[in-house]
Design a protein around this ligand. Structure first.
Ligand SMILES: [Zn+2]
Length: 167
């Protein structure tokens, strides 16, 4: 099985973005700018991240480095799908998503990074698998009696007009 770790030595003059998992056992670094950034609405990515969707940075493998905690990364190989997902064995944070067909590229969760990565996630993939409970920026209002909680008011159903009204 291919490994996600780049064998190339990092050029120290290359600008990078640093990321890490929740517990800090695993640190990663990518060359900036990332190749591209995208939202993945695929059901399998939704499960792997336990979120509505996953946002990835597509990076060249040669510009992705695990700088700490390589041994803490556990891998799940989905042989049928031809993918390998690496995650921190200690805290469960997804670290990368390697689609083995894409030999030179690797997908790294955007959320690992607190700094800019040189790419805005402007692309959406697998929208046909998107869930209907996805928050898509609808207007929010404060929830009375619960400071800090915002809510999405139920949409008013459009009043349907019966065909008889036109007759
Ligand atoms: Zn961790």
């Amino acid at each position: 099985m291919a490994t996600a770790k780049s064998k190339k030595l990092r050029d120290p003059s290359l600008p990078t973005a640093k990321g890490q998992c929740v517990c800090g056992a695993v640190h990663v670094e990518i060359g900036v700018p990332a190749r591209w950034a995208w939202h993945d609405h695929a059901a399998v990515s939704r499960l792997a991240h336990a979120g509505a969707y996953a946002t990835y940075l597509g990076c060249y493998k040669s510009r992705f480095w695990v700088t700490k905690g390589e041994a803490a990364i556990t891998r799940f190989a989905d042989e049928k799908a031809g993918t390998v997902r690496g995650f921190c064995a200690k805290c469960g944070t997804p670290i990368y998503y390697d689609r083995l067909r894409a030999h030179t590229m690797i997908n790294v969760p955007r959320a690992l990074f607190t700094t800019r990565t040189g790419r805005e996630p402007r692309y959406h993939m697998n929208l046909d698998q998107a869930v209907d409970w996805l928050y898509a920026g609808e207007p929010l209002a404060p929830l009375k009696g619960y400071p800090g909680v915002m809510w999405e008011r139920p949409r008013r159903k459009k009043k349907t007009v019966g065909i008889d009204d036109f007759l």
